[in-house]
Design a protein around this ligand. Structure first.
Ligand code: RIB
Ligand code: CA
Length: 311
């Protein structure tokens, strides 16, 4: 049976890849997409989610808009990596569809309450929607099977030298999620930076002649330039679909059970995921932390998923 999942995301080029992967695969049943600001404002991330679904011909997935700020602070938008409107300067045709007139947190609750099976949450943006869901609907926590999220990293940062962008954007929310007691898999930068996409991959996507693959290749062009100029990378990582890939093919990342907490203070350290790899704190593990990835399997899985969207 397909695993019921909710994608909570800030599309965003790599979030778009996560959506396309999740919706392409029979192992997953995407029950809802909820949006949050982060890569750009939530107005744009919501529009992007709706327009991407329409471009790909994906019908019937409810979309609801979520938070446009963190619990305790404003977001620091990632437009330097994703462009002003989030898709690397690529404008998709208007879906002509609005999000549901309910808040993201309430849509998550509705899906979880109505599901016959426990639901897996796949957050790939800042975490205020998930933290608020946990705070507002504690009775639904037993109905969450797993939270497999993209965020943090082991000894790596990108928003600051110490902190990854999703956790940096809402450190307090991330701390609430890691203190929830729910099964958590943390897919962080130490793993996502190992799978880089290059011109070889954009050529392959363009050669399909298909509109979703071609649009995604244009987004990836922008991202490769941004990562080259800003981080000196020889390609672009696509962080978010790795969290999706781990749900649909458990073991595509290898993990280590660790105690993880999130720093909430300091100009550089707020949002830092402190991963106790060697157990020095004595705290019990609260997350399975991704330590390595099967890069060829992931790259092939993602490209094949994007290529299967026909016009
Ligand atoms: O640090 C990478 C993460 O921040 C990804 O989820 C990206 O989409 C941004 O949200
Ligand atoms: Ca994201």
């Amino acid at each position: 049976m397909a695993i019921p999942v909710v994608l909570d995301c800030d599309p965003g080029v790599d979030d778009a890849a996560g959506i396309l992967l999740a919706c392409a695969r029979p192992e997953l049943d995407v029950r809802a997409i909820t949006t949050v600001g982060g890569n750009t404002s939530v107005i744009h991330t919501t529009r992007n989610a709706l327009d991407l679904l329409a471009l790909a011909g994906i019908d019937g997935i409810p979309v609801a808009r979520g938070a446009d700020r963190a619990l305790m602070r404003p977001f620091l938008l990632g437009t330097h990596i994703h462009g002003a409107t989030g898709f690397g300067g690529v404008t998709l045709p208007d879906a002509g569809r609005a999000p549901l007139p309910i808040a993201a947190v309430d849509l998550i609750a509705r899906v979880v309450r109505e599901s016959a099976e426990p639901v897996t949450l796949i957050p790939t943006g800042p975490l205020p929607n998930i933290a608020l869901f946990l705070l507002l609907y504690p009775e639904l926590k037993p109905r969450i099977a797993h939270i497999c999220l993209m965020g943090g990293g082991v000894y790596e940062g990108n928003a600051t030298p110490a902190a990854e962008a999703n956790f940096r954007n809402d450190p307090e929310a991330a701390r609430i999620v890691f203190a929830s007691g729910l099964p958590i898999t943390m897919v962080g930068l130490n793993v996502t930076h190992r799978a880089l996409f290059t011109a070889e991959h954009t050529s392959r996507l363009r050669n399909t002649g298909r509109k979703v693959a071609t649009a995604f290749a244009a987004m990836l062009d922008f991202r490769m330039r941004a990562y080259g100029e800003q981080f000196g990378f020889a390609g672009a990582p696509l962080h978010d679909p790795i969290a999706v890939a781990e749900v649909l093919r458990p073991g595509i990342v290898t993990t280590q059970a660790c105690a993880v907490t999130i720093e909430t203070d300091g100009p550089y350290t707020a949002g830092r995921s402190v991963v106790d790899l060697s157990g020095v704190t004595g705290a019990p593990p609260n997350a399975d932390v991704a330590m390595d990835i099967n890069v060829p399997a992931f790259v092939t899985m993602l490209l094949e998923a994007i290529e299967q969207y026909t016009d």
